[in-house]
Write a new protein. Sequence first.
Length: 212
Amino acid sequence: MNTDNLYNIVNVLEFIAAIAATVYFNKYKHSSEKHFLYFLWLTFIIEIIGVICIYNGIAVEWFYQIFMIISFLFYFYWYHNILRKRIFRKTVYLVSGLFIILSILAYILPESFGNRAYAFIAGSIGLLVLTMFHFYQLLNSDEVLIVKYKLSFWISIGLLLFYLGMVPLAQLSKYLNTGALSRMIILLSLNCILYGCYIIGFLWTKKKYNHF
């Protein structure tokens, strides 16, 4: 199987998620999730630009690294908006600060000292912690019985499952061929889970439950 075809499948998933976010925007336009409409379209556009650059032999590693930083900071910002407990919101600042420091060090320090996967792993673990905070918040609220209608629940489920898979994959990346079919299949599966959860969330969510 051609790995390029697998990349195309991910792009299609991103596009479908962005379309769903657009079609059902009225359901969540007054919530903190409204920013996901723009974020998903930005993600799709960035991926298309990346594909075009790769096709034309243009190096894009720095391009994806910058977008990776933007993506994590976007998710941290979103969780800061929806988490209510003061300690949870302070944790967002801590996680964001640590992630930014590691991202800067990844470019300053020589590659022999460490690689840029450390910043990704730190951001992923921080995001996993924030998803658990959100689930705790939902379980201890009156909304526990209607969580399947909350867009924030489906986004958090997608992020939890995606990054639970990405952390070990990133740790093992130096031992794997970056173009290996097995690695691409894992990435495709994780992206199917992530964007599948996003799409389900946009389909099932109800306007009256999106009020963060």
